[in-house]
Ligand binder design. Structure first.
Ligand code: ADP
Ligand code: MG
Ligand code: MG
Ligand code: MG
Ligand code: MG
Length: 485
């Protein structure tokens, strides 16, 4: 099945933030707008607005009850009004009568400081004051699952080293081609797609941009991947570690810092001294910001993860870096950027998968499944990830942070250094679970000052609630371990 309907579809010119969307609708044949924002758990929330009403929504905002989303508000809070930022408009190539437009969140005339896009914009303003623009590219890995039972959709995709396998890719060619055509018709500049290291896992890479554009694109990317997967009869997931025997979904971020046309991270043989200080800040703060980059209970089954069928988890265990070496938390693939390999693609314990494998009753399964569906969008937050890079990077520049103490020669395989080895002296470990990560975040006063107290309070509250919910959940593991004791 091909869903891509309009051959030669071309996205119109990029709009100004306050462009008249009603006129744009007429000119481009748009019937509906999805006016959208992302909450603290990365869930994409939207109102579907017919083009006849977009003028009024552009003036007054689209209204939401904030307590009905993952933002920290009570039921008594006034309406959250989402003001469309017309510069983000993407007409949907596979449904050209529909357009997606991201918005900014306001309550009673004030921007909601805890909203992720506002957190990123505050860091962008700080960067601007310093004369810089952060450019970023993300690699949001995902699995294509069967819509019926959440197992890997392709039952012939069973090799122990399936990475780059051509035949497994061809069996999902129709869906992947639809996704890539969609993204390229939205000017993403996709340059490659591959089968990744786990069975059923894929990655699509597109050209890096200023970090706000990349973050908005990252949101659209996940929406398009999930929507097209559903149209093709599958289910796509960005969850960090949906299968305990397979590599998880990472969401690496590549970063470079620009002053006008000049990439100030570019050094001679490796990255510049300024880039090293920026990186020093990111490394020093990694154990504290893990609760944001790796925000779910399930995230910690990817970090510090058990070995996989392919041989490697490809995810980090400790705060270390080197040159072009994928066994570290940070890789420096070239002399003009670094890559943080910490963040993950999504966030929750996909209990349903295990329930199905363990042949639980249909009622038990559907109860758990409905909870999963509720949390389905909770993933590394596309806005918070680059916001953290800037907050910690500029802190690193200001404090002249030195990354040298976390560095290793390029030929070291980090996975082969056992815990307790003298080689690890002074090398920080990453948190082992969500509550340790959350407490580390809470006790880091620098991060609170850098990211804003409003955001920090709301985010930590949410993470503590999540841990309490998880702790209250009676798992099959507990039953297996203790029922007969
Ligand atoms: P790998 O798998 O080797 O880490 P990929 O090609 O999958 O690399 O992804 C690289 C990402 O880095 C892409 O999004 C790319 O656009 C981005 N990128 C490349 N150069 C830069 C740069 N100078 N600054 C920021 N991002 C970059
Ligand atoms: Mg109502
Ligand atoms: Mg890649
Ligand atoms: Mg990858
Ligand atoms: Mg990578």
């Amino acid at each position: 099945m091909q869903c891509f309907t309009k051959a030669g579809f071309c996205q119109g010119e990029k709009l100004a933030a306050n462009a008249d969307l009603s006129a744009v609708a007429k000119a481009r044949g748009i019937d509906f707008f999805l006016v959208a924002f992302v909450d603290l758990r990365g869930v994409l929330r939207t109102k579907m607005v017919p083009s006849s009403a977009i003028k009024q929504i552009q003036r007054d905002g689209a209204g939401f009850a904030p307590a009905a989303t993952w933002l920290d508000f009570g039921p008594h809070a006034a309406d959250l009004l989402v003001m469309p930022d017309a510069s983000t408009l993407l007409q949907v190539p596979f449904s050209p009568e529909l357009a997606v437009v991201m918005g900014d969140c306001f309550i009673e005339g004030k921007e909601v400081a805890q909203s992720p896009r506002a957190v990123l914009k505050a860091q962008i303003a700080e960067a601007q004051k310093r004369g810089y623009v952060l450019k970023s590219g993300v690699e949001a890995e995902f699995f294509i699952l069967s819509a019926q039972n959440d197992s890997i959709s392709d039952e012939r995709d069973i090799q122990s080293k399936p990475c780059y396998d051509a035949q497994s890719m061809m069996r999902r060619y129709a869906l992947l081609a639809d996704i890539v055509k969609t993204l390229n018709a939205c000017d993403f500049g996709v340059y490659q797609t591959d089968h990744e290291d786990a069975n059923g896992q894929f990655e699509i890479n597109w050209h890096y941009r200023d970090c706000l554009t990349t973050a908005d694109q990252h949101v659209f990317f996940k929406w398009a991947v999930k929507t097209l997967a559903e149209r093709h009869g599958f289910r796509a997931t960005f969850m960090p570690r949906p299968f305990s025997n397979l590599s998880g979904n990472g969401c690496h971020i590549h970063c470079s810092l620009w002053s006008g046309e000049k990439n100030v991270f570019e050094g001679k043989e490796s990255i510049s001294d300024l880039a090293l200080q920026f990186l020093g800040g990111v490394l020093a703060k990694a154990p504290s910001f893990c609760a944001v980059t790796n925000p779910t209970v399930n995230s910690y089954k990817r970090l510090n993860g058990a070995a996989t069928a392919s041989g490697y988890t490809w995810s980090p265990n400790r705060v270390s870096w080197s040159g072009n070496n994928r066994s570290h938390m940070v890789r420096v693939p070239d002399n003009d950027r670094f890559e943080l390999r910490l963040a993950d693609g999504a966030v929750l314990e996909l209990l349903g998968v295990h329930m199905v494998h363990e042949k639980q009753t249909a009622t038990h399964y559907s109860r758990v499944y409905s909870k999963i569906s509720t949390f389905y969008g909770w993933q590394v937050n596309p806005y918070l990830l680059p916001a953290l890079m800037m907050a910690c990077g500029f802190w690193g520049i200001d404090t002249k942070a030195d990354p040298a103490k976390c560095s290793f020669p390029a030929n070291v395989n980090m996975y082969e250094i056992p815990d307790g080895s003298p080689k690890l002296e002074g090398i920080a470990s990453l948190p082992r679970n969500l509550i340790d990560a959350t407490r580390a975040l809470e006790s880091d006063k620098d991060l609170s000052a850098l990211l804003g107290a409003d955001f920090m309070r709301a985010f930590i509250k949410l993470q503590k609630l999540e841990w309490a919910d998880f702790s209250a959940h009676l798992s099959t593991w507990e039953l297996m371990q203790t029922l007969d004791c």
